[in-house]
Design a protein around this ligand. Structure first.
Ligand code: SF4
Length: 364
């Protein structure tokens, strides 16, 4: 930890606190409770980065706040812009590591892909982040900073927690972030604007299903447990059949272009990266049909972004379309997800890996 980070560590970080917590903090400093409400408003609504900008807080109180706290919002340090408008940002965490966040605008929506860890312990064989040494789980402040310090914040319509790391290996901070984003007394975003993706860590998944109403995406990638465990070691600890059994205990809502039903319930999707000759046969398609039987869900087929020195290759589009049609004809609503930002290495983990390596080189 460098000198700047160690001085930050001694101060209270306000980003990531609820309004109630900020009020309690103000009281501990001998300030009126309403200062907590003002802090909350300045940080989450106006997204200011320093106390000096908080003009309705007295100068004496701002000086006191400066001594003991930091706001916690800080802009991304590096960005890469794709020709299709996708932007990949690198944010520095409060402990000094780098994490990636990807902004994906389309004509209908603007989605932010948020990370929850630096590196990842899950070791999925096809993933660049899985190859990084696990460094840290992000704090609520680090998670929310990716959203509230985003230059395009005002355009945002959707959030997906599909960036680096496994959300339910960092459940407390993910759930607190979701609470601040969606609670009517906090930011009051609709939970229907947010999707959390997981490989299926059962304890965290169960808490999420009980404590949040956001949408859920399960990283499936192979319906056969024996094959899945070779590419996703988590299968050995929490099998996909256990995950499916848990999901059967909850209600989901399938919204397709042909069904305009109200989406009071959360949506469930299965993410399926297609690897040539590995998981793209009709046997695999048929096993998916059997696996998701009885669940209101959709399957998203994803083109594989090639990563260096990898034995995996992407399935070609024609074969993906056959796979999609087979699933659809067997009653499973299936889409092929459009690929974005390929020219800026959108496969998660590439930019931050490069930056960590660059920094390590500079420090040697
Ligand atoms: S795919 Fe997700 S869970 Fe798996 S190693 Fe990569 S970041 Fe971790």
């Amino acid at each position: 930890m460098n000198q700047q980070n160690s001085s930050i560590a001694e101060k209270t970080i306000l980003l990531g606190l609820t309004e109630e917590e900020m009020c309690a903090f103000a009281l501990t400093l001998g300030m009126p409770k309403f200062v907590g409400k003002q802090l909350h408003n300045w940080i989450y609504q106006h997204r200011v980065v320093s106390f000096s900008e908080m003009k309705n807080i007295s100068e004496a109180n701002r000086r006191k706040l400066d001594e003991v706290a930091i706001v916690g919002l800080h802009a991304p340090e590096v960005s890469q812009r794709s020709k299709d408008g996708t932007v990949k940002y690198l944010y520095r965490t409060l402990r000094g590591n780098y994490v990636e966040t990807v902004y994906i605008p389309t004509s209908e929506r603007a989605t932010l892909c948020v990370s929850c860890q630096v590196g990842c312990k899950m070791n999925c064989q096809f993933c660049m982040t899985g190859r990084q040494t696990w460094n840290e789980s992000l704090t609520t402040a680090d998670i929310l900073n990716q959203i509230f310090a985003l230059p395009e914040y005002d355009n945002l319509s959707n959030l997906v927690f599909m960036g680096q790391g496994e959300p339910f290996d960092n459940t407390d901070h993910i759930l607190k972030s979701l609470h601040i984003l969606t609670d009517p007394k906090e930011m009051a975003w609709s939970p229907k604007r947010i999707t959390v993706s997981t490989v299926g860590i059962l304890p965290g998944l169960q808490r999420f299903l009980n404590e949040s109403r956001c949408h859920l995406a399960i990283s499936l990638h192979n319906p056969f447990p024996d094959e899945r465990k070779d590419i996703m070691p988590i299968e050995k600890a929490y099998s996909i059949t256990q995950v499916i059994s848990l999901l059967h205990q909850y209600d989901f809502c399938l919204k397709t272009p042909h069904s305009e039903e109200a989406t009071k319930q959360r949506r469930l999707s299965f993410e399926y990266i297609m690897f040539r000759d590995q998981n793209d046969s009709l046997q695999h398609a048929n096993a998916i049909v059997e696996l998701v039987k009885g669940l209101d869900c959709r399957v998203n087929l994803i083109r594989f972004h090639e990563i260096p020195d990898s034995p995996f290759h992407g399935t070609d589009l024609t074969k993906m379309e056959h796979f999609r049609d087979y699933l659809t004809h067997h009653g499973v609503f299936t889409t092929i997800r459009a690929s974005r930002g390929e020219d800026i290495l959108a496969a998660c983990g590439m930019l931050s890996t490069k930056e960590q390596q660059r920094q390590a080189g500079a420090n040697q």
